[in-house]
Design a protein around this ligand. Structure first.
Ligand code: ZN
Length: 215
């Protein structure tokens, strides 16, 4: 089947436009590149190193780091927050799947720490926060809200609207990252562009967001 090229382009972040890097946040109709390295996502704060393994599922976790050229790493989302990271100095890359559990566990902060332990500096990192469910559509009950009291000092109401991209951005700033781009698009608001687990329930597909060091 020949795909329509107009429907294939994933969303690109302006702060990741390096000549040595390919990346994209998937749309419901975009075609991801072949041979992606992925993880079995378990809503944890577990970060795995791809260790050069191409096109494999490398284990259970919710973030992947890769230092080797030619290993395209990816996460799957439908409302959760996809995050892509590139180190402009060392060319190390990472991708993160941050739903509410991963965000409560600060998985993006754990990923930055892992990159720093491999020689990255926060000031060299460019981070792109992709489309996810927005605070416009993400009302949660006290069972979820209680995990975010540190990020939501006003969360005394029974129900609050969680802004997962904003919390991930705050966690990145806390880790010393300054070059941050946020898509701002809400997956629930745009059924024409995105799958949404909250909107489509079990029928929801998943968008693949990837990053690949090509040189
Ligand atoms: Zn929305």
């Amino acid at each position: 089947m020949k795909a329509n090229p107009a429907m294939m382009a994933a969303i690109e972040a302006p702060n990741l436009s390096f000549a040595w890097l390919e990346h994209g946040f998937g749309l419901r109709d975009s075609t991801p590149p072949p041979a992606l390295t992925t993880v079995k996502q378990i809503h944890s704060a577990r970060v795995l190193d791809a260790c050069g393994r191409k096109g494999e599922q490398i284990g259970e976790g919710d973030a992947i780091i890769s230092a080797e050229p030619g290993v395209a790493i990816a996460v799957r989302t439908a409302d959760c927050v996809p995050i892509l990271i590139a180190d402009s100095r060392t060319r190390m890359i990472a991708c993160v799947h941050a739903g509410w559990r991963g965000t409560a566990a600060n998985i993006v902060g754990a990923t930055i720490r892992e990159m720093q332990s491999r020689g990255s500096r926060a000031e060299d990192l460019s981070v792109a926060i992709g489309p996810s469910i927005g605070s416009c559509c993400y009302e949660v009950g006290p069972d979820v809200a209680q995990h975010f009291q540190a990020w939501r000092p006003d969360a005394t109401a029974l129900d609050v609207r969680l802004d997962l991209p904003a919390i991930n951005e705050a966690q990145l700033r806390e880790a010393g990252v300054r070059q941050i781009w946020k898509s701002g698009e809400c997956t629930y608001c745009r059924p024409d562009r995105f799958y949404s687990f909250r909107r489509e329930k079990e029928q929801a597909g998943r968008m693949l967001s990837f990053v690949n060091r090509v040189a």
